[in-house]
Design a protein. Structure first.
Length: 279
């Protein structure tokens, strides 16, 4: 298929554009997150590792608290604490995701406009730092400090989960487009410094009327590798650190959304995995 054929056709727009009318947080939740699968993974893995069900969860860098709202809906005993420094996005989550919950369910989620390094919450079974959000910490000392703080906030048999991405394409300056029903999601790895590991990434959205939401989200990160993350978690005092690698669908050759612990991964162009760290 030629590049021209692979691009969606856009209509000439009149009046207010689709980009002007779109909500970037809704677009993000649809394009980036799959909280149902994510909660399935951490819930089942905790049960396997600890032999019991988790009840309390803390979502660091929670954004719209989408994951936390999924957690409190799973069981009547579940409780969540959602922590984020950005008051705008946290308020959006309160007014949209939390407000959509049944009243008694909504009472089991607490939103905290706070720093993950200093936020005060009761000890919890699970702490999550998803969507690669921990990569905001760019030095070993800073990331180790965060991991140590996470460990302090867990119950005695608590587990910390993060997601990771890598593969040789992760180090390239490139754009990748994914088409959805009413928009196109654009992941833009705009800059990467191989000396420091620092990178700048953007999320853009394109619409059928030809309008664009440019730089809807900006990320200034350090791209941490799996060996570095495992070492820093162990240095932070966690007793066991496992990498959960995605399996492959034999028919399609694509990922099958099933993650299992392993010490050997494939040298794929791009991969996403999870890390569990046990206190």
């Amino acid at each position: 298929m030629s590049p021209q054929q692979s691009k969606p056709r856009y209509r000439k727009r009149t009046g207010k554009s689709q980009a002007d009318q779109a909500d970037r947080h809704l677009l993000y939740q649809e394009a980036v997150q799959c909280v149902e699968a994510e909660i399935d993974m951490v819930d089942n893995t905790f049960q396997t590792l600890r032999g019991r069900q988790a009840r309390t969860l803390r979502e660091d860098f929670c954004g719209t608290a989408n994951t936390s709202t999924e957690w409190v809906q799973r069981r009547k005993t579940n409780q969540a604490y959602a922590v984020d420094l950005d008051s705008e996005v946290l308020n959006w989550g309160r007014n949209n995701n939390v407000a959509a919950l049944n009243g008694t369910i909504a009472q089991r989620i607490t939103l905290l406009n706070d720093n993950v390094l200093t936020a005060q919450t009761p000890p919890v079974d699970l702490i999550l730092a998803m969507n690669f959000s921990y990569q905001i910490f760019k030095t070993r000392d800073d990331l180790r400090r965060y991991f140590s703080r996470v460990r302090e906030c867990l119950v005695d048999d608590g587990v910390f989960f993060i997601d990771t991405y890598g593969g040789y394409e992760a180090f390239r300056e490139m754009e990748e487009e994914t088409e959805h029903d009413n928009f196109t999601y654009v992941w833009d790895q705009a800059r990467y410094n191989p000396i420091t590991g620092d990178m700048v990434c953007y999320i853009h959205f394109k619409f059928p009327d030809g309008s664009r939401m440019k730089r809807a989200f900006t990320y200034t990160w350090r791209l941490w590798t799996l060996p570095e993350l495992r070492e820093l978690l162990m240095e932070s005092g966690f007793q066991r650190v496992l990498v959960h690698w995605e399996g492959t669908d034999e028919k399609t050759g694509e990922g099958n959304d099933i993650y299992t612990p392993t010490e050997i991964g494939e040298a794929d162009a791009a991969h996403i995995s999870y890390i569990s760290a046990e206190k």
